[in-house]
Write a protein that binds this ligand. Sequence first.
Ligand SMILES: [Zn+2]
Length: 336
Amino acid sequence: MNNQLRTVVQAMPKAELHIHIEGSLEPELIFALAARNGVALPYASVEALRAAYAFTDLQSFLDIYYAGASVLLQEQDFYDMTAAYLKKAEADNVRHTEIFFDPQTHTARGVAMETVFNGIHRACQDSPVSATLIMCFLRHLSEEDALSTLEAATPYLDKIIGVGLDSSEVGHPPEKFARVFARCRELGLHLVAHAGEEGPPAYIESALDVLHVERIDHGVRVLEDAALTARVARERIALTVCPLSNTKLRVFDQMKDHNLVQLLDAGLVATVNSDDPAYFGGYMNDNFIATFEALPLTLAHARTLARNSFEASFLPAEQKQRFLAEVDAYFAAVPA
Ligand SMILES: [Zn+2]
């Protein structure tokens, strides 16, 4: 990648649409919060914890992810975690972000729903970055658990724009959550789901047809099904792709094997996102640099990715247009 392209992908205005806030917890903050809350960690030091981030697949990552989240107890902890991510986003020229959070990870430990919502939401309001929230259901748990989570979240629904589905994909198809998604749809919430990361293209199809999601999180396996690829392109269903996550969890062995270029060239609304940046080796610009370094991505692809990120967002039309105009103005000033 030449220096100009590197500068462009770093400086261009962008939106992030796939970030789990609990996955932004850096080892340093995990230790600071553990000390503040008197929580004992099964790691001797920041270095020992970081060394444990040697996952081989989604499940081995999730095991350590839930251990890290155990230090989050007070509203201020959720605030500090979210504020730290938003600072990184701002530095990477992220103008808008739609943040996932997993209330079940916290309520199962006895943390009140109110504590989770208020801490994360207040940090979003205090940030110069436009930030909205998407509440995710953990798919390895039952649909009954998701339904009672939605019930418990009822007083706080004005603090979220939508719901999602995350955690262990294989063996937990989207249709397992048909009823809770139908209820969320009635409530007027936006709908997204992780599908086609480790799971098959059939999960993408059922996320669309059974859950009626508006975006697919990951979705990189869509290319295994030509008819589905054509449909997802035709319907402008966005894919929130997470390149560093995909290589860290061995969805692709190496970045040079990643299918981002093929997704874009197939006319799909693919975007670049960080997923769990503290665990997977980087934030937004780290993901852009890693992909542009390893793959034959061009200045035209950079502009498409920046535009896709805002187009695929759940921003009101007027704000979306304002950000898209900012992208166009930015690229108009880049020498061809
Ligand atoms: Zn994810």
